[in-house]
Design a protein around this ligand. Structure first.
Ligand code: COA
Length: 174
């Protein structure tokens, strides 16, 4: 798809060969906001572990990891993680991030729409859910725009720079 600045975004499933680039990307974006579960260089794991993780996701029918590339560089990563436990196998947990230099170009929205489309075509996932740091207004606006509803707040969920902060819980029936 075409971004608001005219460049092209390619969204596709992550493959084993993306592991090193995805880890480097995550270690970078961790430091670009305080809104993820980890900070700069917070994903210290061997490339092989990430490769195995990507393969396990790709072997699952209801989980997915998408990577978005702009000019061959990783610009975003998004995932749905679903449980195989039968009584919660209809739920998918969503996580997304976009590299700061690409914010506000439409990538987050395109990524979320692709994740929702994936979830629908599984025929098994019925509800998507996510948690977002209270005050991450850009992300909350994005999720509202796509029909996510707030269903609660987890007080003190995040521990960021010595402060405890709340998590807003959101879900969408698909
Ligand atoms: C939140 C995030 C994913 C948004 O990605 P993005 O590519 O910049 O978002 P888009 O350009 O696709 O914006 C889509 C919509 O989201 C909302 N939005 C996104 N950023 C916003 C901001 N800073 N302020 C207000 N609304 C915002 C708007 O409704 C926007 O629609 P519009 O452009 O028609 O106004 C991105 O800022 C990010 O990765 N942040 C750091 C990590 C993070 O917070 N991840 C989510 C953790 S739960």
């Amino acid at each position: 798809m075409k971004l608001k600045d005219g460049r092209e975004l390619t969204l596709r499933k992550a493959e084993k060969g993306d592991a090193a680039n995805i880890l480097a990307y995550l270690n970078q974006v961790g430091g670009e906001s305080d809104n993820l579960l980890f900070g700069k260089d917070g994903m210290q794991m061997p490339v092989e572990a990430e490769e195995e993780f990507i393969e396990s996701v790709n072997a699952s029918e209801t989980s997915v990891m998408l990577v978005g590339l702009v000019e061959n560089e990783v610009a975003c990563v998004g995932s749905i993680s679903a449980s195989s436990r039968e009584r919660i196998a209809h739920l998918g947990e969503v996580a997304v991030s976009v590299a700061k230099k690409y914010w506000r170009l439409g990538i987050g929205e395109a990524l979320m729409k692709e994740l929702i489309a994936f979830a629908r075509q599984t025929g098994k996932l019925k509800t998507l859910y996510l948690g977002v740091r209270d005050g991450n207004d850009g992300a909350i606006a994005l999720y509202h725009k796509l029909g996510f509803m707030e269903y609660g707040k987890f007080p003190g969920f995040f521990h960021i720079h010595g402060q405890f902060e709340d998590e807003i819980l959101m879900y969408k029936k698909i």
